[in-house]
Ligand binder design. Structure first.
Ligand code: HEC
Ligand code: HEC
Length: 245
């Protein structure tokens, strides 16, 4: 089974790499990054059709299931936490890669290979993944911003959409951002500002208008604050799918 999964994954990566052409250097793992085999993981509570879900999620594990895994395009940053993110937002994000509203070439190639049913199943799976390890977080953010960051947060009313603790968005199709990797948050915020680049950028009216009000240094300060908060998302090593170990 493991061999099959590995082969599947290699094939997916190969096809994605060729789709992405030379624009996308392969994601790199830092030397000594912890592997995906943690013996402590508990088996998932039986999804309706574990086989097919396993095959679908096998495509994601090599990046989103490895703690500390980094992408190197358009710069080096940690691959986002998606376990514990809301299913509606995960589906919206995958559909944005599919339509090209989000231009990241690797995620576009992956999303284009998913059917609508795949998107629904995978989004539901990731929303629940790791739920047994999550503690409810407080309504207030787990730390106060500096005066500078407080001013930036106020200027764009970030909390009015993402929630006071940045993990309770006013609509489930809006992302939780509290505790997301700061380097990824920075890349995402800059992408909303980027225009006329075939491989980088995110078309989103709301976040585009917001991100454009800030310099990159300000976006970085915002990212560092948001990333420093307690959150509900995690990178969960998905060894539970590799039961033959
Ligand atoms: C080769 C590495 C790689 C693989 C494989 C991969 N991803 Fe990603 N994923 C990334 C990177 C890098 C990003 C950030 C892209 C960006 O900047 O928009 C990302 C972004 C995402 C996002 C958006 C997160 C957010 O907070 O907006 C979702 C959702 C996602 N991936 C889901 C998946 C799913 C589901 C799979 C498997 C079907 C998958 N990914 C496979 C590297 C990968
Ligand atoms: C009017 C509502 C609204 C406000 C105000 C708002 N956001 Fe957003 N934010 C959204 C929506 C909707 C998305 C999803 C956009 C998409 O689909 O790409 C989003 C996406 C994001 C993302 C990408 C998350 C990811 O996982 O990729 C980040 C980071 C973010 N917002 C940070 C902020 C910050 C920081 C502020 C304040 C400076 C802010 N937002 C203000 C609605 C809002």
């Amino acid at each position: 089974m493991n061999k099959l999964l590995n082969t599947l994954f290699a094939l997916v990566v190969a096809s994605v790499t060729s789709l992405a052409l030379a624009q996308q250097p392969p994601a790199t793992a830092p030397a000594g990054a912890p592997g995906a085999n943690s013996p402590g993981a508990t088996p998932a509570a039986g999804p309706a059709s574990p086989k097919s879900l396993e095959a679908k999620v096998a495509m994601c594990v090599g990046c989103h299931g490895i703690v500390g895994y980094k992408s190197s395009f358009p710069e080096v940053y940690r691959v986002p936490k998606i376990a514990g993110q809301s299913a509606k937002y995960i589906a919206a994000a995958l559909n944005a890669y599919k339509t090209g509203d989000r231009k990241h070439p690797t995620m576009r190639g992956i999303a284009e290979s998913l059917s609508d049913q795949d998107v629904t199943d995978i989004a539901a799976y990731y929303e629940k993944l790791g739920a047994e390890d999550r503690k409810p977080i407080a309504e207030k953010p787990s730390r106060e911003p500096s005066a500078q960051v407080a001013g930036l947060l106020q200027k764009a009313a970030c909390a009015s959409c993402h929630g006071a603790n940045f993990s309770k968005p006013i609509d489930p199709s809006y992302p939780k951002i509290g505790g997301q990797y700061a380097d990824y948050v920075f890349v995402a915020l800059k992408a909303y500002k980027t225009e006329n680049n075939p491989a980088v950028g995110r078309n989103n009216g709301v976040m585009g208008a917001i991100a454009k009000q800030f310099s990159n240094a300000e976006l970085k300060a915002l990212s560092n604050y948001v990333g420093s908060l307690e959150g509900e998302m995690a990178t969960v090593p998905e060894s539970r799918w590799h039961k033959s170990h």
